[in-house]
Design a protein around this ligand. Structure first.
Ligand code: NAD
Length: 361
């Protein structure tokens, strides 16, 4: 079976970490009967350099003709933010892609690899059992997409951001959460603010109704303020974390910090037809670009996530995750997860990619 992938490496460390993810996919290809065809597209500042557009039409076409998008990162150095090459780069490229393909769910696995326990900022007693949380964030509604207005009332400016949620949207993401949960630890924690917000009441009501169709799963409701505390106090008790847009934005970043490094993370954005874009949630990290020191694991895990979600290749996903687990257990470390006090071996971006390929069973 052949799978067609649009590869948009982008800027900064994007191309370096993308090379390693492609290397891993090609190694997997050589060790199985699956094949991939990769078509590269320009995006971000590197696209602007050639076409004066951050998202050329040609790139959109490549994405439309593929079964999934593997995305690196876009954006320039902060001090050059006003240069036309970088100005509006993220909005014009990644946000435009999200809009074009109507991505409505963001999925972020938040797993603490056992060998990285000493990089977790939480106390040892809180992470003894580890954690493996899958955060599902609704992406298309909520306060970010409601009507916005700033107007003068009684001599001072008042700002309004309307929050809205549609029953059908909640229903769709809730089904997705339970479908995923039943392949994992069968637990969904739904986050809302049902005590004060109408959106929260509807969210809770719809999620509860959908849960009845999945009797093998348990459902827990948490108010968002309590959820932010419980994630710190008992991270190992969470499985699928189902969040409206803004709460997911905040909570997924909170838990990201516990995993050790931004360079370890993967994410997926999915539309209602199941088409997805896979990317590490970090940026183009210009402090590391060109030095062969960035951590490629987030990009490699994003490729693994693509195999699982877009192509249904669960075993191949697990093979990559196991190889990552193993490379960490033999103490291979890029700079962001290196500790000089332990028996760590500091490796380059390329060496990390090579080691993961070697360990791929
Ligand atoms: P950043 O995520 O690029 O970097 C933040 C910190 O995390 C830096 O210290 C960086 O070295 C580290 N880091 C990130 N990825 C890493 C990796 N793979 N390995 C090791 N360390 C890693 O955030 P920033 O510096 O605020 O932004 C840089 C540029 O990226 C900006 O132009 C910003 O707009 C853009 N950005 C793009 C995306 C995206 O493409 N989706 C997301 C966030 C930021």
């Amino acid at each position: 079976m052949n799978y067609k992938i649009a590869v948009l490496a982008g800027d900064g460390i994007g191309p370096e970490v993308m090379d390693e993810a492609i290397k891993v996919l090609k190694t997997l290809e050589s060790k199985s009967d699956i094949s991939f065809s990769f078509e590269e597209g320009l995006v971000g500042g590197s696209a602007w350099q050639v076409t004066k557009s951050h998202l050329p039409k040609e790139t959109i076409k490549i994405c439309e003709n593929s079964q999934a998008i593997l995305f690196g990162s876009v954006g320039g150095p902060i001090e050059e933010a006003d240069h036309p090459k970088w100005s509006g780069c993220e909005i014009n490229s990644i946000l435009a892609l999200r809009k074009h393909f109507n991505f409505f769910i963001n999925i972020r696995p938040l797993k603490l690899f056992k060998s990285l326990n000493d990089h977790c900022i939480l106390k040892e007693s809180l992470i003894r059992k580890g954690f493996d949380i899958l955060c599902l964030r609704e992406l298309s509604e909520g306060i970010y997409f409601g009507k916005k207005e700033t107007k003068e009332i009684d001599g001072q400016r008042v700002a309004f951001d309307q929050m809205f949620y549609t029953e059908g949207t909640i229903e769709k993401i809730a089904h997705r959460a339970f479908e995923i949960a039943r392949t994992r630890k069968k637990k969904v924690t739904s986050v809302d603010k049902a005590n004060v917000l109408e959106c929260g009441k509807l969210w809770r009501e719809v999620v509860t109704r959908v849960s009845k169709e999945y009797p093998e799963c348990t459902l827990e409701h948490l108010l968002v303020d309590n959820a932010s505390m419980q994630l710190i106090l008992r991270p190992s008790e969470f499985d699928v974390l189902l969040c409206p847009n803004m709460f997911g934005d905040i909570l997924s970043d909170e838990v990201s910090v516990f995993t050790g490094s931004l360079g370890m993370l993967a994410s997926a954005s999915i539309n209602k037809e199941g088409f997805g874009l896979y990317e590490p949630p970090g940026g183009s990290a210009y402090d590391l670009a060109g030095l062969n020191v960035a951590n490629p694991i987030g990009q490699i895990l994003s490729a693994a996530l693509m195999l699982k979600i877009s192509f249904g290749l669960d075993k191949e996903h697990d093979r990559i995750v196991n190889a990552v687990e193993e490379v960490l257990s033999i103490q291979y470390r890029t700079g962001d997860i290196y500790t000089s006090t332990s028996s760590c071996k500091e490796v380059s971006t390329e060496e990390m990619g090579d080691a993961i390929c070697k360990l791929l069973k």
